[in-house]
Design a protein around this ligand. Sequence first.
Ligand code: ATP
Ligand code: MG
Length: 326
Amino acid sequence: MNKKLSVKNLSTYFYTSQGVGKAVDDVSFDLYDGETVAIVGESGCGKSVTALSILNLINPPGKIVSGEIIFKGENILSFKESEMSKIRGGSIAMIFQDPMNSLNPVLTIGDQITETIQTHKNFSKKDSKTLSLDLLKRVKLNNVEKIFDSYPHQLSGGMIQRVMIAIALSCSPSILIADEPTTALDVSIQRSILDLLMEIKKESNLSIIFITHDFRIVKEIADNVIVMYAGKIVENRRKKNIFDDPKHPYTEALLKCMPPIDAHKDRLPQIKGNVKNIFSYSSEICRFYERCEQSADICKKMAPERIKLNDYEYFLCFDFKDNLSN
Ligand SMILES: Nc1ncnc2c1ncn2[C@@H]1O[C@H](COP(=O)(O)OP(=O)(O)OP(=O)(O)O)[C@@H](O)[C@H]1O
Ligand SMILES: [Mg+2]
């Protein structure tokens, strides 16, 4: 498998009057050519901060304190802002968690797509419009001329998400980062957006980093799965292996909470307790131990280290449970 992007020992902290919050703490993973890596975990575990760090979009009081993002053999975190802005929305595109707020309410959809195209490509106004209409068709919108002239508030959530995908595709990226692109949508619309993304991935050989808290989506779209807990990757596995043989108790707990398709929401099991506030994360012990059904004394005495399963897979736990037995 060829590596498309490597995240190496990435740490992003927030420095506030409450203290230092280690939102992303020594995170490493690879994205392979033509594959989808899903980042999964509960709210506040550092999924979005990881995605934003990849594109060097962390603003004060946040700071990327260490790590490298290797793309085409170079550490893009060392790039000057002018070089980085060519990559952003160019070879690496991102769909942000809150699509409505990523669009400018006072500009038409057409203005916003053509603006992105013109930032990255030397296209005339006419050619930018032609490409924009093609992109809107590609994401399966109807009446594209009308949508081109519409303002964001005139479109539904599902249509907006299709527009966001069109904008992301406008510069033919080789990597797409999609941060919970379907979470705010109705189930049936979620389905059609996921289908669209998977179709585009195949057609364009895109590699995708897909952020979600829903293991049902992971099951459908991922090749590789990264489970994050309290700023750390606790498990990094191929999809089949994570469902068949999860190693980390947090992964097991999340899988137990995975609702069947027709589940009644309020009857779902939940993991006891909550993710701690980032300012109370400890680097001396296991961050999950208070919520862990399998914890032992050692878990509150020292921090677990990565246990490597093979060249592609690892988890972060103690091996007292004979985790390496197979
Ligand atoms: N600008 C900021 N200032 C201080 N703390 C922040 C800031 N942005 C994020 N954080 C904190 O960093 C941690 C990780 O946030 P992040 O947005 O990455 O979570 P997430 O996994 O994407 O959650 P969700 O599923 O809710 O989107 C959280 O505790 C959050 O409160
Ligand atoms: Mg998020």
